[in-house]
Design a protein around this ligand. Structure first.
Ligand SMILES: Cc1cc2nc3c(=O)[nH]c(=O)nc-3n(C[C@H](O)[C@H](O)[C@H](O)COP(=O)(O)O)c2cc1C
Length: 215
């Protein structure tokens, strides 16, 4: 049975990113896979501390020497058949938790060698799901796709598989817009997005999860 792991890079366990990841995992489950959702913000871990253990010639490459809550997750990723990265956009970037996670996963498998750019043991189908307040036009205007292509390119080099990508634009951020200073947003428009567009994004995530099991 295939195993699909999803990584929630949002601190919120039940909001947009988590819901899309759950839908993707439901797609994978319905295609016969075993699934797991990891909430990064429930784990006690740090980003790479540059100890360089993973680069030593006398040690096994591909293992992060740091021991914390991320250690077993990194091990399970080696056993997985697909991996889904989910992150909200924070200040035009991935969340700090997602970046810290990617540092650990990618650097420990990256080798400073032209011959062996990665020691990750296999080709791992993968995908990125992004959630954000920005609209599709904002994403174009700010060059977000080009910026995130760097993260996706690193994933492709290390995991030896081209990521699939899902952008969920203009998400619903507050449970009640009237209770928060949020005047730059049109609460009615946001509610409409949540009711009419988000379900379609959930469907897209479902199909994405399903498709990852078929690679
Ligand atoms: C610290 C912080 C920074 C944010 N920065 C951006 C941003 O630069 N661009 C954007 O479109 N949304 C930004 N947002 C909004 C979130 O990306 C958006 O609400 C997202 O869907 C949240 O995901 P979640 O519901 O899974 O937590 C930010 C939110 C937070 C908390």
């Amino acid at each position: 049975m295939k195993k699909v792991l999803a990584i929630n890079g949002s601190p919120r366990r039940n909001c947009n990113t988590a819901k899309l990841l759950e839908s993707a995992l439901n797609g994978a489950k319905d295609a016969g896979a075993q699934t797991e959702l990891v909430h990064l913000y429930g784990l006690n871990f740090k980003g790479c501390i540059s100890c360089l253990y993973c680069k030593r010639k006398d040690k096994e490459h591909g293992t992060c020497a740091m021991k914390d809550d991320l250690t077993p997750v990194l091990e399970r990723i080696k056993e997985a058949d697909a991996l889904i990265f989910g992150s909200p956009i924070y200040f035009m970037n991935l969340s700090a938790g997602m970046i810290a996670f990617m540092e650990r996963l990618f650097f420990s498998n990256y080798i400073y060698s032209d011959e062996i750019p990665t020691v990750f043991p296999k080709s791992l189908p993968n995908a990125f799901i992004y959630t954000m307040n920005m609209t599709e036009d904002h994403v174009k205007d700010f060059g977000i796709r080009e910026r995130f292509a760097f993260h996706e390119g690193t994933a492709e080099r290390i995991l030896k598989a081209k990521p699939k990508i899902l952008y969920a634009y203009d998400t619903y951020q507050f449970n009640d817009y009237s209770k928060y200073e949020s005047s730059i947003f049109d609460a009615e428009h946001k509610a409409k997005m949540r009711e009419e567009v988000f379900p379609k994004q959930l469907d897209e995530a479902y199909e994405l999860g399903k498709s990852l099991t078929q690679l």
